[in-house]
Write a protein that binds this ligand. Structure first.
Ligand code: EPZ
Length: 425
């Protein structure tokens, strides 16, 4: 298994190209199931999760053509052709690798009247059930049964528009239902919908495919179902979490980076917290400059659905707070088990106490390099960030977590002065 070795202490300085968002690209790829025509996506990041979803879509009969995207650094274009869907079952072996696979449920049942999708099973960051997707699809007339670990969804006469009020904000649930409702008969209203930029990006593609959608980006989305959708071209929105992660790489090492292709409008809460902590952030057209400006001060954060502070940036912010001046209170409200990086950061000398869903982080002067590992993507990258700032050598194990969501992480950081290398193993 590959590892990443870092010798800390070098400031991260330079320009980093931000790719398309993994969490936008995944539902966009799934949306191709809604039409017989070709959906072309550009600015698709070259990541393990994208390959896993490609395998799943191909198992349904989707033909995928991939090429390099000439207009975006190291990203891909995908042409997805779902004309001849031959299989309506998403097998456990593919779904268990990536929970976002469950998103095929809504589009398949909407277009074909039935689908069989494995329940995704356990997850390192929380129980992450899919009950809200199922309850919402029932509101659109789907009959749902669970059998032998699979979700069986049927709507032989098609889905019917309805009113869905999500009891809690769910990004995946909103995306699943948004896609399903585009082909339902009549009007669907999604209340307490997720407002994340990735949901808005999905709505943009669906509208380009002929869907009628109002209110995406607000908590009330209205969809007027259409008998069919057609093909479209779409560029994946920038990865605000990748951008935020490199912003923290600069802040934690006393460096400065220009993040090209990153939009400040997607990153409000993260930028606000960085600015409160004393980091300088300036935005120009299509890029963001982040510079450490003296010592970083502690700030409190509490994760929340967009436009709040993203849970996917919580671990990285905690790494920054571990070396900040003062004490910071970090509250995780989205997932019940998303502090797995804490014991690993503590092994590097961080002073963190957990009380329920709150972590109290008392900044220390310096972290110390250590062998570490984590059980999910963002926890792993927080250890890389800590390693960049730490004295001595840090070895991050289980690099496959990073490969799921960060394209060429070691290369991008090395190009900005980090002493970092990937050790094949
Ligand atoms: C998306 O996951 C992202 N994944 C996650 O990114 C992100 O952390 C999360 O949204 C929150 O922003 C993708 O977009 C592929 P949710 P999703 O449904 O859609 C509960 C990363 O690191 N819930 O918004 O699965 C759930 O357990 C990843 O890139 C139910 O109870 O998240 C959680 O507590 C990790 N029942 C909360 O809602 C359901 O049916 C929010 O989950 C659905 C969700």
């Amino acid at each position: 298994m590959d590892r990443i070795r870092i010798r800390g202490g070098n400031p991260i300085r330079g320009k980093i190209a931000i790719g398309g968002a993994k969490n936008a690209a995944l539902p966009l790829m799934v949306a191709s199931l809604l039409t017989e025509d070709i959906v072309k996506l550009s600015n698709v990041p070259d990541l393990m999760d994208i390959k896993t979803l490609m395998d799943l879509l191909m198992s349904h009969g989707v033909i995928v053509e991939m090429a390099w995207d000439k207009n975006s650094a190291a990203c891909r274009t995908l042409a997805l052709n779902s004309k001849n869907i031959t299989n309506l079952t998403a097998e456990y072996d593919l779904v268990r690798k990536m929970r976002a696979s469950v998103l095929v449920l809504g589009p398949l049942v909407a277009r074909f009247g039935e689908a069989k999708v494995s329940l995704p099973g356990g997850c390192a960051i929380g129980t992450r059930p899919v009950n809200l997707h199922l309850a919402a699809l029932k509101e659109l007339g789907a009959e749902i049964e669970i059998e032998d670990g699979y979700i069986l969804a049927r709507a032989p006469n098609g889905l019917k528009g309805g009113v869905v009020r999500f009891p809690t904000v769910t990004v995946g649930g909103t995306e699943d239902l948004l896609m399903a409702a585009t082909l339902a008969k009549g009007e669907t209203v999604l209340e307490n919908a997720a407002c994340e930029p990735e949901v808005v990006d999905l709505a943009h593609l669906l509208v380009a495919m002929g869907a009628k959608i109002e209110g995406a980006g607000s908590s009330r989305i209205v969809i007027h179902g259409q008998p069919r959708l057609h093909g479209a071209n779409h560029r994946v929105v920038a990865d605000r979490i990748e951008a935020g992660t490199y912003a923290i790489a600069a802040a934690i090492t006393g460096g400065s980076v220009e993040l090209s292709g990153a939009g400040v409008e997607l990153m409000g809460a993260v930028v606000e917290s960085l600015v409160h902590s004393g980091v300088e952030v300036t935005s120009a057209r299509d890029s963001l400059k982040v510079a450490a400006n003296g010592a970083v001060q502690s700030v409190d954060i509490s994760t929340a659905p967009f436009p709040g502070f993203p849970t996917d940036m919580q671990a990285q912010m905690m790494a920054l707070m571990a070396t900040a001046q003062g004490a910071s209170v970090i509250t995780e409200t989205i997932f019940e088990n998303r502090f797995m990086h804490v014991p690993e950061l503590a092994r590097m000398g961080a002073d963190i106490t957990i009380k329920g869903n709150t972590a109290i982080v008392r900044g220390v002067k310096t972290l110390k390099g250590a062998p570490v590992m984590a059980t999910d993507l963002r926890a792993s990258v927080s250890l890389v960030l800590a390693g960049l700032a730490a004295q001595g050598e840090t070895v991050v194990n289980r690099v496959y977590h990073l490969d799921r969501g960060y394209q060429s992480l070691d290369q991008k950081l090395r190009a900005c002065g980090a002493d970092i290398e990937r050790i094949p193993g």
